[in-house]
Ligand binder design. Structure first.
Ligand code: AHG
Ligand code: MN
Ligand code: MN
Length: 339
């Protein structure tokens, strides 16, 4: 196998498509390097004293795990000195983090979920880091408003999954590539290019314990899947729910499927559980780049214009035909209600 490193991949992409200028390449390499450090902490587990709760709460009112905080700090430390960032934002910080004055400011805005799947840390199940990159509009200074761009404007997005293998999955708007961490070399090696999600699937991912709280279109879709070969779909469906979005999306990019974290009646005032800017947008970008689809049940995730940094959203993503079906069920319900 000819070994292609992350750096070589990025340089060649820039040569062919001109879509990775120097600052963006540095940003991606720095994030990848930070993920390597996070991966080392994750792997140490109890030996590194990184398991368990930090006894603090984030802006979303969730109790933070030690690794949520460690990962957040690793990503800040890795990114703030490079001159490629105007500012960054994270699930674990209330407001945006500016690049300290002692460092030059760059053109890019970075958003991340430093540790996705926190409930799986202590039980040794796959977790990840998700990131999204936007370009800052060309004006002096930077504020939260600069971040509030629809996902369609992302210039790069990806995630790192800390599983049996540590992998980095990346898009710069020209398909999806996967890199595996070679621990002996300490380097990211390209292991798959042109990732494609099959358009059809027999596998869905949703937290079934919330069934009684779902909206009718979601209930309709899952009921039809559960009816199997004898039901309207005429085929049996399998189910998976890892409770780490990164791991669920990784499976979908690898073999297809549909992932749903829809709005539900538990907290009706919230549009959903997952966060638009650093969970749904980067995953939506990756999934679309692999030939899949991502909606909130009614509109394309990447078209949503955010109104705040920690905005939540209902998420349906994965195999194109299934996402289109669930979306159609939602639109039909809206139409029916307006009659
Ligand atoms: P985070 O750990 O960053 O807060 O995200 C957890 C998310 C997502 O990864 C996963 O799909 C979902 O929460 C699981 O939620 P439930 O525990 O409600 O199933
Ligand atoms: Mn998350
Ligand atoms: Mn998180």
């Amino acid at each position: 196998m000819k070994i292609i490193s992350l750096t070589q991949y990025l340089v060649e992409q820039q040569r062919q498509h001109g879509n990775i200028p120097g600052q963006l390449r540095l940003l991606i390499e720095v994030v990848a390097r930070a993920c390597k450090r996070i991966s080392i902490s994750v792997n140490k587990g109890a030996l590194g004293g990184v398991l368990g709760s930090a006894q603090t709460e984030n802006v979303q009112g969730e109790v933070q795990k030690k690794l949520d905080i460690i990962s957040n700090e690793v990503l800040i430390e890795a990114n703030e000195w490079g001159g490629h960032l105007a500012a960054l934002a994270s699930e674990e910080m209330d407001t945006i983090h500016l690049v300290p004055n002692r460092y030059p400011q760059g053109e890019y805005l970075l958003m991340y979920d430093p540790l996705d799947g926190s409930s799986n840390i202590d039980v040794n199940v796959s977790i990840g880091t998700i990131f999204s990159v936007l370009k800052k509009a060309d004006h002096e200074g930077v504020s939260e408003r600069d971040f509030l761009q629809p996902g369609a404007q992302q210039v790069a997005a990806g995630y790192c999954v800390y599983g049996p293998q540590t992998m980095l999955v990346l898009t710069v708007g020209d398909g999806v590539a996967m890199f595996t961490l070679d621990r002996e070399q300490g380097s990211w090696t390209l292991t798959q290019e042109n990732v494609r999600i099959p358009e059809d699937t027999r596998e869905f991912a949703i937290n079934m314990s919330n069934m009684r709280h779902w909206d009718a279109p979601v209930k309709r879709y899952i009921d039809e899947c559960l009816a199997g070969a004898e039901g309207p779909r005429g085929k049996d469906f399998n189910m998976r729910w890892i409770a780490s979005m990164v791991a669920d999306v990784h499976r979908i990019l690898t073999r297809g499927g549909v992932f749903m974290y829809p709005w539900d009646k538990r907290e009706p005032q919230k549009p959903g559980k997952l966060r638009l800017m650093y969970e749904a947008n980067p995953m939506g970008f990756l999934v679309e780049q692999a030939g899949g689809a991502a909606t909130n049940g009614r509109e394309r995730i990447l078209d949503i214009v955010p109104s705040k940094l920690h905005e939540r959203v209902s998420v349906i993503l994965g195999s194109k035909n299934e996402v289109e079906r669930v979306t159609r069920y939602h639109l039909e319900a809206t139409e029916e209600a307006s009659k």
